[in-house]
Design a protein around this ligand. Structure first.
Ligand code: ADP
Ligand code: ADP
Length: 216
């Protein structure tokens, strides 16, 4: 059973735009796939369909029945809540008892390298650190699939490189399935075990390759 499967998926919008056409994509459990392509090739549409935020016009999308972890470029943290309280939020909404959600949040913060920052407010943190908080929050839902929408696109070059290494480390250990959208071929090849290349007008996958030298 795939973590995510698209079979011949088309997406048209009411204004006549064809965002995606005939898209086939299957992601196995634990597999990290990156999708690269120019603006307008349908990358965000692909993620919206995978997350259930939008539905296909044609073909079928088999997405996880349980939750997906969605990580955006803009981390959308609640500014009045501490780092710890932001990370706890999904479990709080799910009614998880306080002691358990606190323990899981502390684990997630340790995993992303933010132990010691639990009591800080998001406004006191750098962009890279806010992204780590967002990643820890997504880890709380223990999703079978992670969706990344150009999460590092707004970071400066040094922070981006550091975040790519962190993410690579976290995913190498945890074995989550992921679909990672990016403009950067370098980033895609660094992070993913397989890269799909998309092109625009209409959006579709034009190439797919395994990365030959996976990280140790
Ligand atoms: P990318 O993320 O690769 O930049 P998008 O998925 O955002 O691409 O968009 C794919 C195509 O669909 C583009 O031509 C875009 O203009 C169009 N599009 C996206 N969302 C809508 C919408 N809600 N209504 C009409 N056209 C849209
Ligand atoms: P990144 O964004 O990649 O986590 P930064 O370049 O923003 O890293 O910060 C480098 C280091 O400086 C961090 O790992 C952290 O130890 C420290 N730091 C950054 N912001 C703060 C802060 N608000 N309070 C305390 N230490 C900080």
């Amino acid at each position: 059973e795939a973590a995510l499967r698209f079979d011949g998926v088309d997406k048209y919008f009411d204004n006549g735009t064809t965002a995606l056409t005939g898209l086939d994509l299957s992601i196995a459990p634990g597999e990290f796939v990156a999708a690269v392509g120019p603006s307008g090739c349908g990358k965000s549409t692909l993620l919206r369909l995978a997350s259930g935020l939008d539905s296909a016009t044609g073909g079928t999308v088999h997405a996880p029945a349980d939750s997906v972890g969605y990580v955006f470029q803009d981390p959308t943290l609640l500014p009045w809540r501490t780092v710890l309280a932001n990370v706890e939020l999904p479990a709080e909404l799910a009614g998880t008892p306080k002691a358990e959600r606190r323990a899981r949040a502390l684990d997630a913060l340790r995993l992303v390298g933010l132990d010691g920052f639990e009591k800080q407010l998001p406004g006191q943190l750098s962009g890279g650190m806010r992204m780590r908080v967002s990643l820890a929050r997504a880890l709380m839902t223990q999703p079978s699939l992670f969706l990344f929408d150009e999460p590092f696109g707004a970071l400066d070059e040094m922070t981006r490189l550091r975040m790519q290494e962190e993410l690579q480390r976290i995913f190498a250990d945890a074995g989550f399935a992921a679909l990672f959208i990016t403009h950067s071929v370098t980033e895609a090849v660094f992070l993913a075990g397989r890269v799909v290349v998309m092109s625009a007008r209409p959006g579709r996958i034009t190439a797919s390759f395994d990365v030959p030298f996976p990280h140790p």
